[in-house]
Design a protein around this ligand. Sequence first.
Ligand SMILES: Nc1ncnc2c1ncn2[C@@H]1O[C@H](COP(=O)(O)OP(=O)(O)O)[C@@H](O)[C@H]1O
Ligand SMILES: [Mg+2]
Length: 250
Amino acid sequence: MEGPNAGRNPYMTTNDAQADADSPDCETFPAVSVEKLVKKYEGRIVLDEVTFSIRRGEFVVIHGKSGCGKTTLLNIIGGLDRPTSGDVLIHGESTVRMTEDQLAKLRSDKVGFVFQDYNLLNDLTIKENIELPRRFSGKPVARSADALLEMFSISSIRDELPRKISGGEAQRAAIARAMMNEPEIILADEPTGNLDADNTRKVIEAFRLIQKEFGTTVILATHDLDLSKYSTSRISLESGKACLSTVQHN
Ligand SMILES: Nc1ncnc2c1ncn2[C@@H]1O[C@H](COP(=O)(O)OP(=O)(O)O)[C@@H](O)[C@H]1O
Ligand SMILES: [Mg+2]
């Protein structure tokens, strides 16, 4: 894999039991607040004082052309990358001064990741892939892998290896895996980038189901403006600046 995700494992975690101890009451805070976020690579500004806030349970599309900074922004929100300056608050808790261990715990407990290339492990069956996050987290969960397979209409492929299934099935399996720990926030980076129109629709339906059934906040980055019609809000990224707008549905 190239780019900002290279070599990072979002499911890596530690036994840092201290991280949650003094968390603020998350009910009263937005899911995500980004405040004057700046990211520079070798002096070049990619994100230029980006500020917005996302309420809990929203389905937000981050839209912009290739290279505008969507992946950089998602990775900073999810604690896979650090900003040059500014702040990110997840349910009121600032992440920018967290230690690597605290960030790993945040990723493991509160955030689910979905990538364009699915990132399923080739040697594990679909069911084993979906169960993977549970191996790294002691968090009790209400739903079994079988219930998630059923929910996303992929029960028939539970014992297959990833190479035997279609892209649309693989992405729904990746979404099921991301939901295994019932994260409060799902970050999806171009999740439909490799899919045809029919599978794009099925994957978007899976995200809408998550939003409805679990109340999860879904943040989906895409270059495809058409996908914002499924969202509650859109954040447009251009020249390092972000603009938040509410999507009107007829
Ligand atoms: N690790 C990195 N080192 C240097 N430049 C990077 C790195 N990651 C991303 N960039 C640059 O930052 C800009 C935004 O990249 P990215 O966040 O991947 O955009 P998008 O996801 O919208 O296509 C691009 O110009 C890209 O080349
Ligand atoms: Mg990207």
